[in-house]
Design a protein around this ligand. Structure first.
Ligand SMILES: *[C@@H]1O[C@H](CO)[C@@H](O)[C@H](O)[C@H]1NC(C)=O
Ligand SMILES: *[C@@H]1O[C@H](CO)[C@@H](O)[C@H](O)[C@H]1NC(C)=O
Ligand SMILES: [Mg+2]
Length: 266
């Protein structure tokens, strides 16, 4: 799929979502003149007494909330609107803009050893079409269903991340993809990345079976350490949607956290 397929695809999803959601009429009923400085919580309202979904999402993004298994039931619509609406794209752009400012400020050696680490899911490839069909993270993770979605090889690119990727390459940085996807998904992952515009990389590192039972923090730290200490790379930047992408050892000179209120990986 072409990267420009993305807005169309998501407009279709947005349409289906709004058309089937009772919130659709709410959107048209928000008075324009009232509380201009105090919008209702979240992307488009859906405040539930006792739980602000916006505060919940802030807790997720700041890593105050850890180890959570599913999105709170009451926040399904909130998360759906956030992900399919403008805010997710705007938040992603803000992260990428900052990463690009940083990258441009660097005095690079240009020795081919300077790398930028990208995560894959929700960083370069979006699984939003899957999550839009499966309750926006409110349902427990289903490895078999998710794996069959991955095997379809239909994940669109995150458009802002694709822009960053292209600009970083133009600076002479090398890109390494480091993903929690399993080694047996190498071909489909490589083909999907290539299909949506990520045409080149220094390495694509997938999770070997000997990491099973280890956390993503342990796995990713260990692989980054190997990149730096055994292969002589220097991790200049590192971007991911999970805190486990950017904490731990050898995390890079700077790290960038993309938004992701759909799931938590420790
Ligand atoms: C992946 O691709 C390689 C090279 O094209 C091929 O040799 C291998 O059999 C493929 N592996 C799987 C699991 O499809
Ligand atoms: C990255 O951090 C290391 C260690 O602090 C430092 O020596 C190096 O100059 C930094 N590299 C860049 C490109 O800023
Ligand atoms: Mg990810």
């Amino acid at each position: 799929m072409e990267p420009h397929g993305y807005p169309l695809l998501f407009s279709v999803f947005l349409f289906i979502f709004l058309a089937t959601s009772p919130a659709a009429s709410d959107l048209h009923n928000i008075p324009h003149q009232i509380h201009p400085l105090r919008p209702r919580s979240g992307a488009h309202g859906h405040e539930v007494p006792g739980l602000s979904c916006l505060s919940w999402r802030l807790g997720v993004e700041t890593h105050n909330l850890i180890g959570w298994k599913t999105v709170p039931e009451q926040c399904e619509k909130y998360v759906g609107h956030y992900m399919l609406g403008r805010q997710y794209r705007d938040d992603s752009k803000a992260v990428v803009d900052e990463a690009w400012l940083y990258a441009q400020s660097l005095k690079l050696a240009g020795d081919g050893k300077e790398i930028w680490v990208f995560d894959v899911d929700e960083t370069t490839l979006s699984n939003l079409p899957y999550y839009a069909k499966h309750g926006f993270g409110t349902k427990p993770y289903d490895p078999r269903m998710f794996s069959s979605w991955v095997m379809e090889q239909k994940a669109p690119a995150l458009p802002e991340s694709l822009k960053l990727y292209k600009k970083l390459l133009s600076l002479g940085l090398k890109v390494v993809f480091l993903t929690g996807r399993a080694e047996d998904q190498r071909n489909v992952t490589a083909a999907n990345l290539n299909d949506v515009g990520f045409h080149t990389w220094e390495k694509l590192i997938l999770k070997e079976s000997y990491y099973s039972g280890k956390t993503a923090v342990a796995y990713k730290s260990s692989e980054r350490k190997r990149l730096e200490e055994n292969n002589g790379y220097r991790i200049i930047g590192n971007i991911g949607d999970q805190w486990s992408d950017i904490i731990g050892t050898n995390s890079g000179n700077r790290t960038f956290k993309l938004p992701d209120p759909l799931y938590y990986i420790s």
